[in-house]
Design a protein around this ligand. Structure first.
Ligand SMILES: [Zn+2]
Length: 479
């Protein structure tokens, strides 16, 4: 009897033990499984990104590491307020610029990599320094490509134009805008407020560079309504230049490129496409057959890495073409990048850019041509109020140049496609849920709504945005 009782008790205990072991294993499996389903942001925290979600100290950014034809996306320190005139902008949409491709080719940028890329963006202010007067947290803003330098300088320095985002330490050590956050120095004079309405980021993004720059290229060429214009290059700047010329009353606009999609895009807005590699002859030959005296204005939107009629590199080719095609008393604007920085770690192919280029001064002299060139100067920013009003009124619509929208993890692929001329303009979207970025798919995210746009709807009207008075006014009024 007693023996039977002990046997039964032993069996019961064995069964209970097995049950406990099974339960422990199931519990462990559940824990492992739930951990593997953690969102990316949490995994990043667990694997080294500091702090909790709210205290995250790093962010994702497109980074140039000095390797030609390679762009990386890395965790970099999230910017913080350094001076009381700073603002921190959470980027909602950024763009890849043709200038970025010169860095991608290893021919332009600072001597010392790495640095964060990008200088075209819109976003939402998430933090302001105590001296900021015209902006507050929650304002939607355009980030023009160059920040104010803050002080009146009497010395001739490159930095007189302000510092450029996304070009590394030799250009002011500003951060890049192809990132989740950007520190904007002297924010009262470096940002443009977006009216609080239901407009899309893409309505405003191209006031950060391409539309303003393209518009100014016509000013460089002394454009007047009624002029015929030849725009060399139908990339983003060239297309925006052709568009600006049409808006400003050009009698004819020739758009010159060799990429079919770009020429088609130019034709779609009413420009006359000219394929400079065609058997019909060079661009100047083709245009001069139609305009025997030439066009009043030419704008160069390609830069020193340009190609000739045979699609071979020839660094002075396009400038020479502008001289050939521009008529007596005409004007030439040069917006493309002409800069020879030499070889460095940051510009490993910089020596390919000739420091001197020969152009035909006698031809220019004989035709009485004038020429304007260079990066759009901050002091020319009085153009911004005019182009701003065109966008605000709906007269200028700029998003038609966009061919792809991607998440930041796909930026390297987008650089490659843009470089291969498979894209005209790529924008990087940053969809947000409250303060946290979410993983974006590699598919285009055309209809993604950013928290910035969403958030702005609950904000009250932006304050009137005018210059602080420290320097001459050069930002648009938002009234
Ligand atoms: Zn740009």
């Amino acid at each position: 009897m007693a023996r039977g009782f002990f046997t039964l008790a032993f069996r019961v205990l064995t069964l209970v033990g097995r049950l406990i072991i099974v339960l422990v294993f199931k519990l462990l499996a559940t824990l492992v499984s739930s951990n593997s389903k953690q969102p990316l942001a949490d995994m990043a925290s667990a694997s080294g990104t500091q702090g909790t979600r709210a205290e995250k100290k790093t962010m994702r950014a497109v980074v140039w590491e000095g390797k030609p034809y390679e762009m990386a996306v890395r965790d970099v320190p999230r910017p913080e307020i350094i001076q009381s005139q700073d603002a921190i902008v959470r980027i909602t949409t950024a763009a890849i610029c043709g200038t970025d491709l010169h860095t991608y080719h290893g021919t332009f940028g600072s001597a010392t990599p790495p640095w964060s890329m990008g200088h075209e963006a819109v976003g939402v202010i998430v933090e302001v320094g105590q001296s900021i007067e015209h902006f507050k947290v929650g304002n939607r803003v355009i980030v023009p490509f160059s920040s104010d330098c803050g002080f009146l300088s009497v010395e001739q320095r490159f930095e007189d134009q302000g510092a450029f985002y996304g070009e590394g330490s030799d250009f002011g050590s500003e951060g890049g805008a192809q990132a989740e956050y950007l520190r904007v120095p002297f924010a009262d004079d470096s940002l443009v407020a977006i009216p609080d309405d239901f407009s899309s980021d893409l309505d405003w993004l191209f006031l950060s560079d391409v539309f303003v720059t393209a518009w100014t290229g016509l000013d460089y060429a002394h454009f007047q309504a009624g002029d015929a214009v030849a725009v060399f290059g139908a990339g983003p700047i060239g297309l925006m230049c052709a568009y600006s010329a049409i808006l400003r009353g050009a009698s004819k606009v020739y758009a010159i490129d060799h990429v079919r999609d770009r020429l088609d895009k130019a034709a779609s807005i009413g420009a006359i496409p000219i394929d400079f590699s065609s058997e019909a002859g060079t661009a100047s030959e083709q245009i001069l057959r139609r305009e025997p005296l030439g066009v009043e204005r030419s704008v160069e939107c390609v830069g020193q890495e340009c190609l000739n009629h045979d699609l071979k590199p020839e660094q002075n080719y396009v400038i020479q073409e502008t001289i050939r095609v521009t008529k007596y008393n005409g004007g030439i604007g040069i917006l493309g990048l002409y800069i020879a920085l030499g070889k460095s770690e940051g510009t490993p192919r910089g020596e390919l850019m000739d420091k001197e280029l020969s152009i035909s001064i006698p031809a220019m002299f004989r035709k009485n041509l004038s020429i304007g060139s260079g990066p759009v100067n901050v002091s020319l920013y009085e153009v911004m109020p005019r182009v701003f009003e065109l966008v605000k009124s709906g007269r200028a619509k700029l998003s038609w140049i966009v061919t792809s929208q991607v998440g930041i993890e796909d930026a390297p692929k987008a650089y490659d496609r843009f470089d291969k001329k498979l894209e005209i303009k790529v924008v990087i979207r940053f969809p947000w849920v409250r303060e946290q970025p979410v993983q974006v798919s590699s598919e285009p995210v055309a209809e993604v709504e950013t928290a910035g746009e969403e958030g702005s709807r609950s904000e009250e009207k932006s304050p009137v945005k005018i210059s602080s008075g420290r320097k001459k006014p050069r930002r648009p009024s938002q009234s």
